[in-house]
Design a protein around this ligand. Structure first.
Ligand SMILES: N[C@H](CCC[C@H](N)C(=O)O)C(=O)O
Length: 257
């Protein structure tokens, strides 16, 4: 079985053209092994591209632990690039994912990915929480460089306030008026990743609400730079949210099952 490897700001994914629906999508140990960085290809997640009668394609996303995940923003940009490389559309596409419809535009290196509308930002006993397709905590810190993201992130990920599903955790340092540095602990990978698309989207919206940051918000991650534009609405609602940044094919190969 053939696969491609893509990365979006260092969040890396195995992409499989599953239009023939032959991939064993319920084999969780197999997906976990393929994502394993010693026993497999190595990736933060695995994404199937399937057909859909009403859209250009369907995105089915699995976390590195093999379980089907919620929406993945960097993976969304990667599957748009993959579909473009497969010749499924020219410059604009419409696809369906676990959190509903997405549109995207390919513009040279960058993919402009429209994210789901956000319906509110909560305060869960002192922690800021919102859902941008995946659940995220956003916490501002003063010194992000020296923070123990894995230990501090894991404590919040398993905190009772976010059970049963748990949450992803983003730590943010303000760099200047419209730039933030973000590091993320990702649920389902159970580690820090180089970047998280739904995570930085959550961060940008919280920065607008709590720090009056205007769009576009520029984000630095360990794996590169992203920007987020959005249209704020009353009651902490946000529409027309775009996650903008690069997504590239790294290599192609075949899996020996
Ligand atoms: N890396 C992804 C997030 C995956 C979400 C996953 N970790 C979960 O919440 O289950 C992104 O770029 O948005």
């Amino acid at each position: 079985m053939n696969f491609s490897k893509y990365q979006g700001t260092g969040n890396d994914f195995i992409l499989i053209d599953d239009r023939a629906k032959t991939f064993p999508a319920h084999d969780q140990p197999l997906i976990e092994r393929l994502c394993h960085r010693r026993f497999g290809i190595g990736a933060d997640g695995l994404i199937l591209l399937q057909t859909d009668a009403d859209y250009d394609f369907r995105m089915v996303y699995f976390n590195a632990d093999g379980a089907e995940g919620s929406m993945c923003g960097n993976g969304g940009r990667c599957i748009v690039r993959f579909a473009h490389d497969l010749g499924l559309f020219e410059s604009e596409t419409r696809f369906i994912a676990v959190d509903g419809e997405h549109t995207a535009v390919v513009c040279e290196d960058d993919i402009f990915l429209k994210m789901a509308d956000v319906s509110g930002i909560e305060d869960r006993d002192g922690l800021t929480f919102l859902n941008t397709g995946s659940p995220h905590v956003v916490q501002f810190v003063d010194d992000l460089e020296s923070l123990d993201v894995v230990a501090d992130g894991r404590a919040i990920r398993y905190d009772s306030r976010f059970q049963p599903g748990g949450t992803n955790v983003n730590f943010v340092q303000v760099i200047d008026d419209n730039t933030l540095f973000v590091r993320t602990y990702e649920r389902g990978v159970e580690d820090e990743t180089y970047s998280c698309g739904t995570g930085v989207t959550a961060v940008a919206l919280v920065a607008h609400q709590q720090r009056s940051m205007s769009d576009p918000v520029f984000i630095r991650t360990l794996g590169g730079n992203l920007r987020i534009s959005f249209s704020p609405q009353p009651n902490s609602r946000f529409e027309s949210i775009y996650l903008i940044g690069p997504a590239r094919r790294v290599f192609v190969g075949s899996i020996t099952l």
